[in-house]
Design a protein around this ligand. Sequence first.
Ligand code: PPE
Length: 308
Amino acid sequence: MSMADRDGLIWMDGEMVPWRETKVHVLTHTLHYGLGCFEGVRAYNTEKGPAIFRLQEHTDRLFRSAHILNMKLPFTKEQVNEAQRQAVRENGLDEAYIRPMVFLGSEGMGLRADNLKVHLMVAAWSWPSYMAPEARDLGIKVRTSSYTRHHVNITLCKAKANGNYINSMLALNEAIACGCEEALLLDNEGYVAEGSGENIFILRDGVLHTPELTSCLEGITRQTIFDFCKELNVPVRERRITRDEVYIADEAFFTGTAAEVLPIRELDGRVIGQGKRGPLTEKLQGMYFDAVKGKRPENLSWLTAVKD
Ligand code: PPE
């Protein structure tokens, strides 16, 4: 089903608009130059109804991205939180992927346009599994990308900017064409960075390792794994990792809102650990799914109910 041809409502600049009517002009600035930013957020069904996972953190990151790109959002954080709740609620969704995006309008063209309006849209739809459902148990096959992840001073990777995803799409399409499910990008110095839309963790001798924030997005799921590891007394180190360290890891997994917690069973044809989801990955994945579904009393503050 086309994303454009659906029933439902999309929050657009402060109003709920019928899904098929939320159109932009072909001269929309962001469509041409990629200067925009977005979030990927999920709502899960809990005992108390649908709830958004770590909503405030996502909204905060959206505002940080906009600030980095020098885009001034004409809405408050409270309004943006409310828009996301409304998008899930008014579409009658129990579970949803939520996509807020900040973009520049069609008020002007060219790189020098200085009369551009900053717009915000928030859509929500059902997007159950990012990869084949069995990938959660069995893990996925990954390939080191021939594309380098953006250098920190090219497009400013701390912003979850639309244009940064050219890099992700080139890497992902290459990996898929090679029979893999995801790409692992290296940073401009050749160290492990991240997946096309996920952070990466590796386990070695009881210590979890993940790249530093200069090589990857400040993932909210990544932070959630840090929080769980603190609780489990599993040490986590943020440091430079080489691709061959991933080959010899005991376990490896990706994290992200869309991908959730996803085991990696193979990188570049080398089997990682036992070649299936390892025990710590399974434990963290279980904690994650329990937390998002409101089954962990200690993490209830991460959930924002969609209904009043
Ligand atoms: N790195 C990148 C490059 C990235 O895009 C994401 C999220 C992450 C790490 C993990 O961040 P977080 O979701 O806060 O844990 N990618 C979003 C877009 C995926 C898509 O297919 O679109 C997402 O997971 O929603």
